[in-house]
Design a protein around this ligand. Structure first.
Ligand SMILES: CC(C)(COP(=O)(O)OP(=O)(O)OC[C@H]1O[C@@H](n2cnc3c(N)ncnc32)[C@H](O)[C@@H]1OP(=O)(O)O)[C@@H](O)C(=O)NCCC(=O)NCCS
Length: 128
């Protein structure tokens, strides 16, 4: 399963693919992973806060609401566990992802200059 997830991650992030070992390490660190053949989301919860580690949808399955559904599922799960805030960081050049997060209720709450190989990271949060 983690091998298939790594293959899908490579399609979503061709310039910085994670291997099955990386996902195994994330699981060991206590991250939650929800994945199907079309998409994945990974998050980590600490007390009443959650951080989205990564999210991706197969290029052939984009635009059909899969990422929105995965974010909704995550929110449903973490709310039950008492989480109040969700945080994430995203490349300032990743317009589709920023639009997705805004549509799902996230707001920008900071910026890290040149965080990703010279490209700024946009920090976003959502209170749930
Ligand atoms: C970002 C990503 C996860 C979106 O997945 P998706 O399943 O296509 O997203 P959805 O269909 O749920 O789209 C929800 C909203 O996101 C925005 N959005 C999604 N793709 C977009 C695009 N190519 N351009 C602009 N906005 C986009 C829109 O606001 C969309 O709402 P709409 O359909 O009503 O216009 C997907 O493009 C992806 O896997 N990208 C590569 C990996 C990545 O960058 N992950 C994020 C890292 S922080």
């Amino acid at each position: 399963m983690l091998e298939q997830l790594a293959e899908l991650h490579k399609l979503c992030f061709p310039h910085r693919p994670w291997g099955a070992d990386d996902f195994a390490d994330l699981k060991k660190l206590g991250c939650e992973i929800v994945a199907s053949e079309n998409g994945f989301i990974v998050w980590r919860t600490i007390c009443d806060e959650a951080e989205i580690i990564t999210i991706g949808v197969h290029p052939a399955a984009r635009g059909d609401g899969i990422a929105t559904a995965m974010l909704g599922l995550m929110e449903h799960e973490i709310k039950k566990a008492g989480v109040k805030k969700i945080f994430l960081e995203v490349s300032a050049e990743n317009a589709p992802a920023i639009a997705l997060y805004k549509k799902c209720g996230f707001i920008q709450n900071g910026r890290r200059p040149k965080y990703y190989d010279g490209i700024d990271a946009v920090l976003m949060k959502k209170e749930i």
